[in-house]
Design a protein around this ligand. Sequence first.
Ligand SMILES: [Cu+2]
Length: 432
Amino acid sequence: MNRREFLMASTAAVLLPTPGRAAAPLRLKAEPVNARILPEPKNLTPMLGFNGSTPGPEIRVPQRERVSVFFENGSERRSAIHWHGIHLDNAMDGVPNLTQAAVEPDETFHYAFDVPYAGTYWYHAHHRSWEQVARGLYGPLIVEEPDPPAVDRDITVVLDDWRLERNGSLHESFGNRHDFSHGGRMGNVARALFSRDTVRRGDRIRLRLINAATARIFAVSIDGGNGKVVAHDGMPLAEPVPPDDLLLAPAQRTDVILDVTGPVSFTLRTRQSSYGLGTIAVSGSNPAPIDTPIRPLPPAQVPVPDPNGAARLTLVMQGGAMGGHHGGSDFWAFNDRSGMPEAPWYRFSRGETARITLRNDTAFPHGIHLHGHHFHEIGDHGALGHYRDTTLVDPRQSRDILCVFDNPGKWLLHCHTLAHQASGMKTWVEVA
Ligand SMILES: [Cu+2]
């Protein structure tokens, strides 16, 4: 099988499970599920999911409220849940051996934390994540603004790919050396999964894109409307921009507000061709379309960096198949160190600002994720760019980020190509 070739283009829209409210304690049970990845009458795909489905149920919670989730591990392997992008209490961050012990099969762990910032987030397994996320252990986490923008529909769009056998089951090639030393586990089926499958012509819709893939960088085109990108990684853009040439590294999110003119279709652009990910159909028309300009979302009240007092650090990405780096299964490294060090890479005093140069000395792109914080991407001439929790650094390129380390605890810093994380590209920082 040529893994770079897709089995088929998408046909009917695939629906996400219905949202759960987080006000009452929620229960998330990891367990085996059968997923409809290939269209009928092809086989269902045996995977892992939460509460009977993959992706797991969308959790929606009002900003500043408390999320309370009882995670029951009904799978055969230990696991833990990470709440990606949330500035939460360190003990709730879900990283085994750093912030908690892994949750054994048949055990339950109670996650409870506040959500200070509105936006589009997600949750996912963080033990053997290169396998458990690829098997389906993840779901959307939406933090609602107290005063959300006026839209007719709020639609979550999960982007993912799966490597399937012809009989529909997951290809059991997890953790193979080729994936680990190259670009990670790429699928041969890719989809956009939607929380609803129809809109009306003239509707103003909010699309919350989440890249849940373990390796694929989604270059996405959206047809069927005119609109603006209003947020990245949950955080509002000061100046919304047209949704052209969207690029989402693994774990990144983008919010788009769109005025619908026709079926809303999502296309994956690859070097060779383009591939339909799915379409939200049009049914009827909106008798009273919203015709005000698309405004920026209300800005998040985030800490202001002190660029003058900033510590200067450099994190160099190394290794990979073409890098001639480490032997064994540790293919990747940060600053000559592969895997988790005993001591943190750096200790910050609480509230300290740091400017970090992320330098990619490899032949592969890496989306670097910092837990518990967001950071500013720094543009040319030092301008503050997007405020993100995951930043994509292309091969042989570098990017500076500016971060206020204001959340105490032990925070993982790693590549979100999960095969790269598993084979060495990770470290951690401590804020005290
Ligand atoms: Cu990487």
